[in-house]
Write a protein that binds this ligand. Structure first.
Ligand code: BES
Ligand code: MN
Ligand code: ZN
Length: 509
């Protein structure tokens, strides 16, 4: 998707000479496709009459002949896609519907190897044209994703390299449409960048990769990038990330990227993302079945960094600082051991019960350090933190916890709006007591019960009174609910929630 060109055209679809012409059709309340008068296609009429095409949300009909009676008609592929019935849907359902239809379009483009598309925008009551365009195109671009970097090309069967260009009909406001398309492109591109990072294996994406990516973003968008290396971490006494890194030959990095709003009075949002580039579990080693998926343990960091690209592009009226504590969790001879006691940045001591509960150790240092250094108005962290969240919520919702309901509600709303649903879990003091330790201030696991909550309780020890929410994306960062616009593999979850949250930031008090 990365370089798909988006253009607006005032010309009629008949003059289109590309690969795939697309019409989106709605369904009436009785379950039949509504065919606009302007749309003249015998094939469509026949399919509708036979009820083979009902314009259901997953319906599509590909035809190969002409669709108008005019002489210069388009004679390539024509795709009719169903939107379903739009009448009783609320705003979030309508945008999600558009994204899913966009994903269906991307699937068909891939099947037919069509790389230049013309999208005739439907009119949907209750939806602005610019929003329809934004969400449809966002869905197409997200659905068009593939990761081919490590595959040698089969000359006889060249893979589909993605959609080259999409032309959109522009009936009404050109300016509004362009704005919608720009937003779609920025957020889809960022989510796909996060997927790219996640798809990289542990030997392809290291803590240093996070550092160089952030440095490049800083150059491109005039942001400030600071990379704390191992020596600086030692000086700052960051015993959490240093402890996790102890068993590794790969040096850790604390990546800090700051976007400065032009508004001197602007508030500051701090985003922290777990950048664990491979989680073997350490001495408390993980079972080998499925361990390869632990290359995805950096998806929180990928989301934080990718969202910064959109922020750099769109320049919102709020300062944003992203911090990615990055290391792998390995098992070298100097690795952290169960029973060891570490001292976090700021002084809190922690008894290591299980070296596989490492995410909270690196996040704790990042949270404590970032809050001390930047005094943010509020903090959002994202982490593939616990297997327990998958037991609780499956792969359909991200777990959300926090110490400030206003902030939690904002994040819940942002996620619901962009198709990344979340669910709040409680953080009562009884859960917090589960991580009391006999020998240190706290311990790094609270036992099997409520594993997601006790992990969040650990993080909470490091945020003080700063409004904070934690997103446990272990169930959604990959294997996310099957959706047309989220191909198998890493989903890029969190990126668009962050973007949504920051884009419409209203002063927080
Ligand atoms: N990265 C894992 C969590 C995880 C597990 C993410 C499965 C995605 C899928 C994390 O570091 C971890 O190992 N957590 C442990 C914590 C436990 C030892 C308290 C877990 O969930 O088992
Ligand atoms: Mn782990
Ligand atoms: Zn982990």
């Amino acid at each position: 998707m990365v370089s798909t060109r988006l253009t607006l055209s005032r010309e009629k679809p008949d003059t289109f000479r590309g690969d795939l012409l697309i019409y989106c059709l709605q369904q009436d309340k009785k379950g039949s496709a509504i065919v606009p008068q302007s749309l003249v296609s015998k094939e469509l009429d026949r399919a509708v009459a036979l009820k083979d095409f009902k314009a259901d949300a997953n319906d599509s009909l590909l035809v190969y002949s002409q669709n108008t009676r005019k002489t210069k008609e388009f004679t390539g592929r024509i795709l009719f896609v169903g939107l379903g019935c739009t009448q009783d849907k609320d705003a979030n359902q309508l945008s999600e519907m558009c994204r899913k239809v966009g994903g269906n379009i991307a699937t068909k483009a891939k099947e037919t190897k069509a790389d230049s598309l013309y999208l005739s925008l439907p009119s949907i009551s209750k939806m602005k044209e610019m929003d329809i365009a934004e969400y449809l195109v966002e869905g197409v671009l997200l659905g068009d994703y593939s990761f081919l970097k490590y595959k040698n090309e089969d000359k006889k069967k060249p893979p589909f390299k993605g959609i080259r260009e999409i032309t959109l009909s522009s009936a009404k406001s050109r300016k509004g449409l362009l704005k919608g398309l720009k937003k779609a492109q920025a957020s889809a591109k960022a989510a796909c960048a996060a997927r790219d990072m996640a798809n990289e294996p542990g030997n392809g994406w290291t803590p240093s990769s996070f550092a160089s990516y952030a440095t490049e973003l800083a150059d491109k968008y005039k942001m400030t990038c600071t990379i704390l290396d191992k020596n600086q971490m030692k000086r700052l006494k960051m015993g959490g990330i240093l402890g996790v890194n102890q068993g590794s030959a790969e040096p850790p990095k604390m990546v800090i990227l700051q976007y400065h709003s032009r508004n001197k009075q602007a508030q500051t949002i701090m985003i922290v993302g777990k950048g664990l580039t491979f989680d073997s579990g350490g001495v408390s080693i993980k079972p080998s079945a499925g361990m390869q998926d632990m290359k995805y343990d950096m998806c929180g960091g990928a989301a934080a960094l990718s969202a910064m690209a959109v922020i750099g592009e769109e320049k919102p009226d709020v300062n944003v600082v992203a911090i990615i504590p990055a290391t792998d969790n390995m098992i070298g001879s100097s690795a952290l051991k169960p029973g060891d006691i570490i001292r976090h940045y700021g002084g809190i001591t922690s008894e290591i019960v299980n070296t596989d509960a490492e995410g909270r150790l690196i996040l704790a240092d990042a949270l404590a350090y970032g809050i001390k250094k930047f005094s943010p108005t509020c903090v959002v962290d994202l982490a593939t933190l616990t297997g327990a969240v998958i037991l609780g919520l499956g792969h359909h919702r991200t777990g959300l916890l926090g110490n400030n309901q206003t902030l939690v509600d904002r994040v819940l709303a942002a996620g619901a709006k962009c198709g990344e649903p979340l669910w709040q879990l409680p953080l009562d003091k009884e859960y917090i007591e589960q991580i009391d330790s006999d020998v240190a201030d706290i311990k790094n696991t609270g036992g099997r019960p409520a594993g997601t909550i006790t992990a969040a309780a650990y993080l909470q020890k490091f945020v003080g009174d700063t409004p904070w929410t934690h997103l446990d994306i272990a169930g959604t960062a990959w294997n996310f609910t099957k959706k047309s616009y989220i191909p198998d593999g890493p989903s890029g979850t969190g990126v668009r929630t962050l973007v949504e949250l920051v884009r419409n930031w209203e002063k927080f008090s």
